[in-house]
Design a binder for this molecule. Structure first.
Ligand SMILES: Nc1ncnc2c1ncn2[C@@H]1O[C@H](COP(=O)(O)OP(=O)(O)OP(=O)(O)O)[C@@H](O)[C@H]1O
Ligand code: SF4
Ligand SMILES: [Mg+2]
Length: 346
C-alpha cells in the first residue's frame, strides 16, 4: 500500500465527503416490532466519492449496502445525518432549490414510479420544459421530439400514455424525462435490473451513447459487476455502508485490491466450463447494518482475515494511481492473481 490518503482535489461534478446516514429505531412500538430492532441502522457510514465530468462511474454492491440511500441523498430526496455533498464544486443546499435539483436527475429501476400514467408523453415533457424554462414555448414540441429521438423513440409517441409502452421503452422515456431539464449528472439506480437480458443490452448502449453525445456524467448503480464491465470508466464497490474499493474498470477486474471485489469478480459466470473456486467466494448474508462488525467490517466473511483485521477499521487509501482500497492486506492480495478465465459477455 502506498500509504497516501484519498483526499485528491480533481475536478468533480458531484462529490460526497464523510457522508453518513443513520435510521433511528422509530418511536412507535409498531415500528420496533416491524424491524425487530431498537438500535440505530447505519445505512451509510462515512462515504467519500466523486463523479468526474463526463465519466460513467459504477456503484456496485450487495442488497442493503446503501447504494439507493446514497443516490437519494445525491438527488436531495433525503438528507444525510452528517457529511458534505457538493455539486460542481459548490455545497449542495440542505433544501434543494429548483436549480440544484435540476442539475442532478435520477432514473429508477422501475420507470413507472417516475411517470404519471394519466399524462401523455408530450404533455409530460412540455410541462417540464416550460417549468424549467429550457426552451421558449414555440420550441417545446421540437425539443420534445429531439429528446425522444435522443433516447431512440419516435415523434409518434408524443400522444401515447406510459402504460402503452414496453419495459424497455418506458425506461427510455424515463431517461428522456430526466434529460429534459439538461442535468449535469444522471443517477441511474439499477435501471436495467427489471428488464429482460436482451433489452438490458440496448439500454446499456443508450447510456454509453448519451455519455458520448452529451458529455453527461453518469452514476450507474448495479448489484452485479458484470453489468458495468463494458460501460463504466471507473467502479466503486460498496460494502455495508462504505466504499471499500475504487478503480478504473479494467484495473478493478484484473487487479482487485479488496477481497470483497475479488469475490464479486469470481462470482461472474465464465465463458468456459472451468469454474473459479479459489477461496474468495462470499457466502450468506452480510452482517446487519444495526450491528456493524468491529475492526474491518468485512472480516466475518473474509478469507484473508486475521487478528489485525478484527482490531483495525481500514480507511480507503491509495494503492496505485486512481486506485483505492480499504483493506489492510491489499498488498498481499495483489500477489494472488485473478484466474485468467474469460468472463461471460453481457
Ligand atoms: N427509510 C428507511 N428506514 C429505515 N431503514 C432504511 C430506510 N431506507 C433504507 N433503509 C435501510 O438502509 C440500508 C441500505 O438500504 P439501501 O436501499 O440504500 O440499499 P441498496 O444497496 O440500495 O439495496 P438494494 O440493492 O436492495 O436496492 C438497508 O439496511 C435498508 O434496510
Ligand atoms: S482488512 Fe482484513 S478482513 Fe478486511 S478485507 Fe482486508 S484482509 Fe479482509
Ligand atoms: Mg437500492
Amino acid at each position: 500500500m502506498t500509504g497516501t490518503t484519498t483526499g485528491n482535489v480533481e475536478a468533480s461534478v458531484l462529490r460526497v465527503s464523510a457522508l453518513t446516514k443513520a435510521y433511528g429505531p422509530g418511536t412507535s412500538l409498531l415500528s420496533r416490532f416491524a424491524t425487530g430492532r431498537a438500535g440505530t441502522l447505519k445505512a451509510l457510514d462515512g462515504v467519500d466519492l466523486h463523479v468526474r465530468p463526463g465519466e460513467i462511474l459504477a456503484l456496485v454492491g450487495e442488497s442493503g449496502s446503501g447504494k439507493s440511500t446514497l443516490a437519494k441523498i445525491l438527488v436531495g430526496s433525503t438528507s444525510p445525518t452528517s457529511g458534505d455533498v457538493s455539486i460542481a464544486g459548490e455545497p449542495a443546499p440542505a433544501s434543494r432549490t429548483k436549480e440544484s435539483s435540476r442539475r442532478v436527475q435520477m432514473v429508477f429501476q422501475d420507470p413507472y414510479s417516475s411517470l404519471n400514467p394519466r399524462i401523455p408523453v408530450g404533455r409530460m415533457l412540455s410541462e417540464l420544459l416550460l417549468l424549467h424554462r429550457i426552451v421558449p414555448r414555440a420550441e417545446v414540441r421540437a425539443e420534445s421530439v429531439r429528446l425522444l429521438n435522443l433516447v431512440g423513440l419516435e415523434e409518434d409517441v408524443l400522444t401515447a400514455y406510459p402504460s402503452q409502452f414496453s419495459g424497455g421503452q418506458r425506461q427510455r422515456l424515463a431517461i428522456a424525462r430526466a434529460l429534459a431539464v439538461r442535468p449535469e449528472v444522471l443517477i441511474a439506480d439499477e435501471p436495467v435490473s427489471a428488464l429482460d437480458v436482451s433489452v438490458q443490452a440496448t439500454i446499456l448502449e443508450l447510456f454509453a451513447t448519451l455519455r458520448t453525445e452529451l458529455g453527461l456524467s453518469i452514476l450507474f448503480i448495479a448489484h452485479n459487476l458484470a453489468v458495468v464491465q463494458h460501460l463504466a470508466d471507473r467502479v466503486a464497490v460498496m460494502y455495508l455502508g462504505r466504499i471499500v474499493e475504487v478503480a478504473p474498470t479494467a484495473q478493478l477486474f484484473t487487479e482487485p485490491r479488496h477481497p470483497y471485489t475479488r469475490a464479486l469478480i469470481d462470482s461472474i459466470p465464465r465463458m468456459t466450463e472451468t469454474s473459479v473456486n479459489d477461496g474468495f467466494e462470499v457466502d450468506g448474508e452480510p452482517p446487519s447494518p444495526y450491528d456493524v462488525p468491529a475492526g474491518c467490517r468485512f472480516h466475518p466473511r473474509c478469507p484473508l482475515a486475521s487478528e489485525v483485521c478484527r482490531e483495525n477499521d481500514p480507511p480507503l487509501l491509495a494503492v496505485g494511481p486512481a486506485h483505492e482500497s480499504a483493506c489492510l492486506k491489499a498488498d498481499e492480495l495483489a500477489l494472488i492473481p485473478v484466474p485468467n478465465v474469460p468472463l461471460e459477455q453481457r
